[in-house]
Design a protein around this ligand. Structure first.
Ligand code: SF4
Length: 359
């Protein structure tokens, strides 16, 4: 314990010596929550910013896609199985929670395999799993689809809104309005994809990237690694989170992704349409694709009035800058997804730093 404290002091001292303005983005929602909870921001020198990025999968799901899922649950005999956060995300005119109160069969699960079990036990229902998440969660959905195919389970399908992180980071780095000097890269996603995608980005945009763990000591060490690269004018990808992330990632998970999914263009809240940044099922698994099975139309995005989630997700503003923060928008009555999700930046700020201070 005392060794850790000494090391934390040592890391903090190095960070606090920074005199130049610097802005690093934490890509992952779990980092956003960990940084808010730890109070690290209050210990940073003036001009040292930590910006939240597009790493909360619920938050980056576009408004049109949420409205499309709501269309789906209004169809007869549909049972939608989803992770908990999605149910409270407001669509344009409704939410899954409201649809459930009107009689839609919407169930919360902790694993896509739960949805498979529901399908086996309810052969008179069409059971749809809502696939939300990045490279971390998509492999488990892929395995579930393969299992459904092996069992010839004809009443199971997936509404895939899965997204890939590296294409979004490319947008962040190439947008001149987003001032980011380096990335704190997501630990969980990187455990699957490995270091290579970040090496490509770091070299192309000359910005350092450090894959970082989630303990306070990890985050501080990640920040020091980023700073040292900046001071030496280096820009490479490094792994701080060595106890979990290997250079090559998780080969089994990557192979599952390739077998079951193929990349498609996808809409991101705040970032717009990004080429090859989403995942849809491979042709051989098309019968398990809920969008085509139930002919769900493409629905245009209608921005939520007053909600600045798009700018929060790209680090252009902090949640405190949104006029609705803590007033019209709270975790009990969320206006946008960043206040709903347990990984959302607005929820993190509301919980740990409700008053504007050192953003
Ligand atoms: Fe959207 Fe609420 Fe966050 Fe404002 S505080 S950006 S309305 S989620």
């Amino acid at each position: 314990m005392s060794c850790d404290n000494t090391y934390i002091d040592y890391l903090l001292e190095e960070i606090q010596q920074e005199k130049q303005p610097v802005a690093f983005m934490e890509v992952c929602g779990t980092h956003t929550m960990a940084i808010a909870k730890s109070g690290i921001r209050n210990l940073l020198p003036v001009g040292f910013k930590l910006l939240s990025g597009p790493g909360c999968p619920v938050c980056v799901t576009s408004q049109g896609d949420i409205d499309a899922v709501i269309e789906l649950v209004r169809q007869p005999r549909i049972t939608l199985v989803t992770f908990g956060d999605m149910i409270r995300v407001p669509g344009t005119h409704s939410s899954l929670q409201e649809e459930r109160s009107r009689g839609a069969d919407i169930r919360i699960a902790y694993s896509p395999l739960d949805a498979l079990e529901i399908a086996r036990k309810n052969l008179d229902r069409e059971v749809v799993f809502l696939g939300i998440g990045f490279e971390t969660t998509a492999p488990a959905v892929g395995i579930t689809v393969e299992q459904a195919a092996a069992e010839h389970l004809s009443n199971f399908s997936v509404f895939s809104l899965h997204k890939l992180v590296p294409p979004a980071l490319e947008v962040i780095f190439s947008d001149p309005d987003i001032k980011v000097d380096g990335l704190i890269c997501p630990g969980h996603v990187s455990a699957v994809i490995g270091i290579e995608p970040y090496s490509i980005l770091a070299e192309k945009y000359h910005k350092p990237c450090v894959i970082t763990g989630f303990e306070t000591i990890d985050i501080l060490e990640g920040l020091v690694m980023l700073l040292r690269q900046l001071h030496c004018n280096r820009a490479v990808a490094e792994i701080q989170y060595r106890r979990v992330v290997r250079n090559e990632g998780n080969k089994v998970a990557k192979e599952t992704l390739k077998r079951v999914f193929k990349p498609i263009d996808a809409r991101w809240r705040g970032l717009g349409l990004i080429p090859a940044s989403g995942l849809e099922l491979q042709d051989e698994y098309q019968e398990f694709d809920a969008r085509s099975r139930f002919a769900i139309p493409y629905i245009e995005d209608i921005p939520i009035k007053g909600c600045a989630c798009g700018d929060v997700l790209t680090g252009k503003i902090t949640p405190h800058d949104c006029l609705l923060f803590g007033k019209a928008c709270t975790p009990l009555r969320p206006v946008g997804p960043c206040m709903v999700s347990h990984e959302g930046a607005c929820a993190a700020y509301y919980r740990y730093t409700p008053l504007k201070g050192r953003d």
